[in-house]
Design a protein around this ligand. Sequence first.
Ligand SMILES: [Zn+2]
Ligand SMILES: [Zn+2]
Length: 298
Amino acid sequence: MVTVTLLGTAATMPLPDRALTTALLSWGGRSLLFDCGEGTQAAAMKAGVSLSRLEAICLTHYHGDHVFGLPGLLQTIACQGRTAPLLLTGPKGLEQFWAVMRLLAGPLPYQILLADALEQPLWFEGGAELSAIPTKHRVPSQGYCFHLPRAGRFDPDRARALGVDVRDWKRLQRGETVNGVAPEQVCGPARRGIKVIFSGDTAPCPTLEEAARDADLLICDATYDQEELAPEAARYGHSTFRQSAELAARAGARRLWLAHYSPRIKEPEASLPLARAVFPAAECGFDGKSISLRFEEG
Ligand SMILES: [Zn+2]
Ligand SMILES: [Zn+2]
C-alpha cells in the first residue's frame, strides 16, 4: 500500500488555510517528502503524519516557495535523535544549494547524502524506485516518479515440483534465488504495481506526460485556473487547470490532483469544471488530502 498526503497546495506564499505545495508519500514504514516549503512541519502535524522516518527529501527546484522549510525540518529531525543518513535529491545545482542550506541547518548528527535521481534512479527496500523527470520551468527543475513494483503470482505447485522447501518460499517471492531456483521459475510475469507522479512547477511537457502514463496518481501544477491566463502560465513555466487535465487525459493517468494554486485562486473547487471537462477524474488537491493506493485485485 502507498499512502500519499498533501501537506500544502499553495504557490508563491502561504495562506492561512493553505501551506506551500509539499507532499508526503509513505509505504512499508518508509517515506519520501516532495519539496519542503515554509510551514511543512506544522502542516504535517495538522495532517497527522510523521516526518521522522524519511528516506529522502526530493526537491523539484530551488525556488523559495519549495525549499524554505528545509533547514528547520533538518533541525527538528536532529532533535528527534536521527543518526541514519538522509538522502537529498534535486535538479542541477544541488551542491551549491546544499552549501547554503547546511550553514542554516547547523551541525547535524546524521549525514546528508546528495543524490542525482535524474542520472540514476534511487532504489529502496522492497524494490521501490524513485526517478526524476525533466520538467519545464524557469530554472532547472524536475518532477518525480515513484514506482512500487509487484512481483508475479507465486506458483506453489511449481515450487514443490522443483523441491523448494516451504520455509524458503518467502525468499523466492522477495526475488531471491534459493538453491539454484530462480524467482522467474516459480513466479508468473510481474503484475501492475503502483505509480505516483509529483510534477513540481512546470508547463506541460512530453517528459511529464510520458512518466504519467497509466499512473495511479498524478499531482500536477495547476497555478492558474482560467484558460485566458495560459500565456502567463507559459511565461512563468506553469500550467492551467485545463492543461494539467489534458496532460492527465493524454497520459491515461487514473487520478489527477491539482495543486500549487496561485494566491489569486480563492476557491479551487469553483474552477474544477475547467479540468473535469477534459479529465472527469480530476480533483482539487487541498491541504491534508490523503489517499491509500493498493495493488489491484488479482
Ligand atoms: Zn512554486
Ligand atoms: Zn517555481
